[in-house]
Design a binder for this molecule. Sequence first.
Ligand SMILES: *[C@@H]1O[C@H](CO)[C@@H](O)[C@H](O)[C@H]1NC(C)=O
Ligand SMILES: *[C@@H]1O[C@H](CO)[C@@H](O)[C@H](O)[C@H]1NC(C)=O
Length: 237
Amino acid sequence: MATRASSSLAPTLLLWALSFFAVRRALIASAQSLPPPKYDGFVYAEHPVYSGTIVIEAFLDPVCPDSRDSWPPLKQAVDYYGPRVWLVVHLLPLPYHDNAYVASRALTIVNMLNTSATFPLLELFFKEQVKFYNAQTLNMSKASVVSYIANFATQVVADSLKSAVVSGFENTLTDLKTRVSFKYSASRGVFGTPTFFVNGFSLPDSDSTTSYSGWRSIIDPLITAQGDPREENFYFL
Ligand SMILES: *[C@@H]1O[C@H](CO)[C@@H](O)[C@H](O)[C@H]1NC(C)=O
Ligand SMILES: *[C@@H]1O[C@H](CO)[C@@H](O)[C@H](O)[C@H]1NC(C)=O
């Protein structure tokens, strides 16, 4: 009896061991996706970046009210500077915003399907953000939230892509990609949104980033300090 029990146990153990290694390999495989093949984030306007281009990195959460309020003045400033400024938005879905990760995944999916729909969707999330707050979705199941957000996101793409947006939530790749955004933000030490880096340095918490004139007061001096690129201008710190 005992022998038979242990002999039937052996294949079970073997199966368990195999599945354990399979899971482990899957985990290692996803860990190996770092660094990602492409720099993380959504580029606001594609244009060449030179050593003198001012780089703004914005860390935003699509369901964060402060991120929403910070977007119009930043956008206005970036539009004003044109190719002198390069803006990339990184997502940091905050754990205390229940639907931040699903909303971020929707942005990742839409970005993969139609790059030009990314910012329209971000702005739509900002505009109708209240629908996705914790209190408003309290009684919804996780599955209904995912389907609600997936269908919401289809608004920014053509009919031909709508079903791909919805099925994007069943694709593990879109989950992994959204995780990379989170990991990137965390790796930069960002723990709240909105957070801004200019030329690689974090801006101190200030009111400057809440208005267009504030952004002008940050960027204008940098452009002045770079001097006229046609002159030989050595700038010593
Ligand atoms: C959630 O359900 C409770 C109990 O039925 C109800 O009192 C509450 O108003 C509901 N909240 C929302 C946002 O629907
Ligand atoms: C891509 O997105 C843009 C902006 O929302 C939209 O105008 C265009 O129709 C979309 N194209 C497709 C194929 O979804």
